[in-house]
Design a protein around this ligand. Structure first.
Ligand code: SF4
Length: 169
């Protein structure tokens, strides 16, 4: 079960194509200039069953994928891992090209330092946008990124060697 701030059923600004976006509740990064301070509390938001999210996804055959945003979904790595596994099991057979994207304020290198906690989820993610939001590097021209320090990583390629590989759009 996840604790979330909300769900946007259709978005074209949180990754490639039409995506359902889940905004995780809870984030401890405290990036100056954060746009979603209401998502920081780990007690806020509401809880939702994985099956409820699967139903929302299956109701919309036009979706290209789901995006885990926040807050920071990596603070609920185990719960999002369970949801990702359920998406692979229940959605992928109907939508073979359905993708899972995630945003995190951690860098990929930082996640590797606690691999037991994070790697299982990363294995189910196709594209990871990593790194904190840095106000001085903010730009409105960056596709799907808030600031230029962040990277859009191809997780399948990245995990082969554990060296960051940028995703080609
Ligand atoms: S990681 Fe995202 S939600 Fe968390 S403080 Fe930074 S910008 Fe805000």
């Amino acid at each position: 079960m996840l604790r979330i701030a909300g769900i946007v059923k259709e978005s074209i600004t949180d990754g490639e194509g039409l995506r359902l976006v889940i905004f995780a509740q809870g984030c401890a990064h405290k990036c100056p200039g954060c746009h979603n301070p209401e998502t920081h509390s780990f007690e806020g938001g509401y809880q939702i069953e994985d099956e409820e999210i699967i139903d929302l996804i299956l109701k919309n055959p036009l979706l290209d994928g789901v995006t885990f945003s926040g807050g920071d979904p990596l603070f609920q790595a185990e719960a999002f891992h369970q949801l990702a596994l359920l998406i692979r099991k229940k959605v992928t057979p109907h939508h073979p090209h359905f993708t899972i994207m995630a945003y995190t304020g951690f860098t990929f290198e930082r996640l590797l330092e606690q691999r037991d906690l994070y790697i299982p989820l990363l294995h189910e993610i196709d594209v990871l946008i990593d790194g904190p939001f840095v106000e001085s590097e903010r730009s409105f021209d960056l596709n799907f990124k808030g600031s230029s320090n962040q990277r859009i990583l191809d997780m399948r390629e990245t995990l082969k060697t554990e060296k960051p590989v940028l995703y080609r759009m």
